[in-house]
Design a protein around this ligand. Structure first.
Ligand code: PMM
Length: 284
């Protein structure tokens, strides 16, 4: 079986460790810009239990602008190559077909597209021709405008319907449905209430028939949840315990994967959920 196929086999919840080679990501921006630092971080993520290291070269934080494709490639490709050479399973966090192709040709096994194929009209056809898994996230528009797109009547029904429509579109373009993982896109055109509603409805989203990935790590809705009595919101790096709690609950729900910045605590959370599920009746 190909590496992407094995990645999607049934098993415990997969851990995608976040490696942003960006100057401006909301949580780890600027820390892993130099390829040597990025490689060291990727190896540390694997040592902490990451099944896959997710390399991104363009920030998607609310309000962020685009970077040029050439700059994204410059940030991402050396890191992908170095991690692949070190035997690490790599995914590429990109909305650009050109970057996806170059990364998979360099050995990445998964394309993680937060735009679900909407940001680049060539993405679906490109992925169709590559040997990789594809994470298709719910998305309504680019980071500089997405906050204004967070309007829903029934967020679970609408996100589910929009994901189903995108799944149909990418399969029509030639991507085998068996290679696709769906992601509700927490924080992307969603406010905190939307994020919580989607987490509480993971069983409904699973009914779309594909494995699910949850990206809750250090996000705004966790910051808001953890705000002190004075309203002070803890910085992203102080949201890891809450992130691990989301991992435990999502893994207990049987999600395929979680995407996290701090892997060790989520790895422990996956083990707890796996043992609990194995003992029976969790979530009944
Ligand atoms: N969130 C971010 C980036 N990439 N990918 C997927 N599949 N799902 C997500 O929720 C997601 C993502 C934003 O977080 P970051 O800036 O900390 O990487």
């Amino acid at each position: 079986m190909s590496a992407p196929g094995a990645l999607l086999e049934p098993g415990p919840t997969r851990l995608l460790g976040v490696l942003n080679t960006t100057p401006d990501s909301f949580s780890d921006g600027g820390r892993f810009l130099a390829p040597g630092d990025a490689l060291a971080r990727g190896l540390a993520l694997r040592a902490a239990g990451a099944d896959v290291v997710d390399v991104g070269g363009e920030s998607t934080r609310p309000g962020a602008g685009r970077v040029e494709a050439a700059e994204e490639l410059r940030r991402v490709l050396p890191v992908v190559r170095a991690l692949v050479a070190a035997g690490v399973a790599v995914s590429v966090d990109t909305t650009r077909a050109e970057v996806a192709r170059a990364a998979v040709e360099a050995g990445a096994v998964l394309v993680n597209d937060v735009s679900g194929g909407l940001a680049d009209p060539d993405m679906a056809a490109t992925v169709a021709g590559l040997d990789c898994a594809y994470v298709l996230s719910h998305w309504r528009g680019p980071s500089d405008v997405m906050t204004s797109l967070a309007t829903y009547g029934d967020v679970v029904a609408e996100v589910g319907a929009e994901l189903a429509a995108r799944l149909e579109a990418v399969t029509a373009a030639g991507v085998a449905a068996e290679r696709v993982v769906l992601d509700p896109g927490l924080g992307f055109a969603k406010d905190g209430a939307h994020d919580w509603a989607l987490l509480a409805a993971l069983d409904e989203l699973a009914a779309l028939g594909r494995p699910l990935l949850v990206g809750a790590s250090r996000k705004r809705f966790l910051g808001a949840l953890l705000a002190g009595p004075d309203g002070a919101v803890p910085p992203p790096a102080e949201r890891d315990a809450a992130t691990a709690a989301v991992t435990a609950l999502a893994a207990a729900r049987g999600v395929w994967g979680v995407r996290v910045h701090e892997v060790a605590a989520s790895a422990a959370a996956v083990r707890v959920a796996t043992a609990w599920r194995a003992a029976g009746r969790i979530g009944a």
